[in-house]
Design a protein around this ligand. Structure first.
Ligand code: NAP
Length: 542
């Protein structure tokens, strides 16, 4: 017998990006009512916020999408290998239209707190406009790279022109033609933004700290033949993504560098240099675990980067030294003409690590130890509080009253990135200690696990599930153990967001499961088949 009150919604989810859309589909199928809230004015998540010039996916279009409907896969046509933010955003609106999802989405509404009520087993969710709603299941679909890092630079509030984070690009657009633009940061965002902005801006100056291993994207149009081939083989493509360690439509190399004759290594590297992250996964299977293989890969990328940069001084700043850090300890950016952009007279590079650190932002620009640079616009392309940032941005308080932010002071322990001890009836999509992979693939696998868990709860009459602390300890220990077997610990010394090492005053930690996305998806499935042993199910006393 249960005394649980009827909530306003069975489920409330936050975030109308891929996660919110996938949840609407899978929870409707599970017979649940759901309301998806988003503070943005449109669906799209990342692709509604990141409207900077050049913003585009680093996954290839035809598998950077939701796969729950064969009809959707057949009806949508991508125009190129890597779609820009607008095309991806249009696609997401198309999904919302086709699947009649708008009625379950409430935009322009920020969630400001979510509290688990131990007496009722429901979540109380409050919004910025003063409303409060109850739900049985509270679900985060807020994205793993969505909460910006704003650097602490003195004088930021004195600058007279627009100054904003790259992921908060003005929705009405920004006229930067003929203007002097300063960009702080040189990660994946700047690598995409610079070549496009430089075409129209009077000048673009990049303030650069840590060099990246930059790989070419090699954009190309979607031809009718390619589209036909994709659409005739979607079942296989979806299965390949599901079974790949990075959730992408890649093949495994089927060989290691350790077993490959030295004389063949360069040939294999060269033959596979065809753009995207394929190269990392389709050359050798031990690039991320064998130090020698990783070093050879780094040298290959370094040589390729240097070939494309004309000015040796620029190359010295942009190109990592071979022993700086392991490839993938910092997420490599994909490049659409970034390196060549430095050949333009209106593009400038400032080394703020070794030569002239930033001192302050002034009314008219930015001062380093050596110079004052005059700007009309300053863009902070300074990255994100990955995995935990959005979950910590407003209080989400569990059974003991502790918030996720408080829980995650020193570690970011979690169960498979989907739930956390002390937080009953809370689900997360791609929370901490989930893999870093093609996001739509991971999101769908998480949404399926969540829907299956809810089906069990409802069909067996449970009111509450409690994630088990011992299961959390076990998963976190496993994630740490796997991490130690990779070469990615270097992330700590190069401020990698993959370890939360990019946040000032934040203790670096193991944030990502590196055992392979496919292995992780298998573990989710095993959990469903075994009846969710990580959770304790309860009925409230009547
Ligand atoms: P990022 O890779 O974390 O780069 C941030 C940049 O800002 C780095 O160059 C960093 O320098 C610099 N920085 C941070 N704080 C600074 C400070 N106080 N002073 C000076 N410089 C500072 O961030 P991002 O470029 O936005 O990319 C983040 C992630 O978002 C990517 O790795 C990717 O996963 C995702 N993303 C994806 C796409 C896509 O798939 N299409 C596009 C863009 C971004 P250090 O390196 O020295 O810390």
């Amino acid at each position: 017998m249960t005394t649980q009150q009827k909530p306003d919604f069975d489920a409330i989810a936050v975030g109308a990006g891929f996660a919110g859309l996938a949840l609407i589909h899978h929870l409707r199928e599970a017979g649940q009512t759901i309301r998806v809230f988003d503070k943005a004015s449109d669906v799209g998540g990342t692709w509604t916020w990141n409207r900077y010039p050049g913003a585009m996916t680093d996954s290839e279009s035809y598998y950077y999408c939701l796969t729950f409907s064969k009809e959707l896969l057949q009806e949508w046509s991508w125009t190129r290998r890597f779609p820009d933010w607008k095309e991806t955003h249009d696609y997401m609106r198309f999904v919302a239209d086709k699947c009649d999802m708008w009625r379950d989405i409430q935009l322009n509404t920020e969630i400001v707190s979510a509290d688990y009520q131990t007496d009722t087993g429901l979540w109380l969710v409050k919004t910025g406009d003063g409303e409060a709603y109850t739900c049985k299941y509270f679900i985060s679909g807020m994205g793993m790279i969505s909460e910006p890092v704003i650097p602490k630079i003195s004088g930021m509030d004195t600058f007279k022109g627009p100054l904003f984070h790259s992921s908060r690009w003005p929705r009405e657009g920004l006229d930067y033609a003929g203007k002097r633009v300063g960009i702080i940061g040189a990660g994946a965002t700047t690598v995409q933004m610079l070549p496009v902005m430089a075409q129209d801006a009077a000048s673009v100056t990049v303030f650069h700290r840590t060099p990246n291993f930059i790989m070419p994207a090699m954009q190309k149009p979607m031809t009718p033949e390619w589209e036909k081939e994709i659409k005739e083989n979607y079942d296989e493509i979806v299965a390949r993504c599901r079974n790949h360690s990075f959730g992408m439509d890649f093949n495994t190399a089927g060989r290691t560098m350790a077993e490959t004759p030295q004389e063949d290594v360069q040939k294999i590297f060269e033959e596979n240099w065809k753009g995207s992250f394929r190269w990392v996964f389709e050359t050798f299977d031990d690039l991320l675990s064998n130090p020698e293989a990783n070093k050879a890969a780094r040298q290959f990328i370094i040589d390729k980067m240097r070939e494309r940069i004309s000015d040796p001084e620029v190359a010295d700043i942009l190109v990592p030294d071979i022993d700086d850090y392991a490839l993938f300890a910092k997420r490599p950016p994909l490049d659409h003409g970034y390196l060549e952009a430095y050949d333009r007279d209106n593009v400038h590079l400032v080394d703020i690590k070794d030569r002239e650190p930033i001192v302050e932002i002034t009314e008219t620009g930015l001062r380093t130890t050596e110079n004052h640079y005059e700007f009309d616009i300053i863009v902070l392309a300074t990255g994100f509080r990955a995995y935990t940032g959005a979950l910590e941005a407003f209080p989400i308080r569990g059974a003991s009253g502790q918030s996720l932010r408080e829980k995650w002071q020193d570690t970011s322990n979690c169960i498979m990135g989907v739930c956390a001890a002390d937080f009953p009836n809370l689900f997360m999509i791609t929370g901490p200690q989930a893999p870093f992979a093609n996001l739509p693939t991971s999101i769908e696998q998480n949404a399926i696990w969540i829907a299956d868990c809810i089906k069990k709860m409802e069909s067996e009459g449970y009111d509450v599930f409690k994630p088990r602390k011992d299961a959390e300890d076990e998963w976190s220990a496993h994630v740490t153990d796997v991490h130690q077997q990779t070469l990615l610990n270097d992330g700590d010394k190069v401020h990698s967001w993959m370890m939360g090492a990019n946040i000032e005053g934040h203790k670096p930690r193991v944030l990502i499961y590196f055992g392979g996305a496919n292995v992780y998806y298998d573990k989710l499935r095993e959990s469903v088949d075994a009846g969710f042993p990580e959770l304790e199910f309860q009925k409230l006393a009547g």
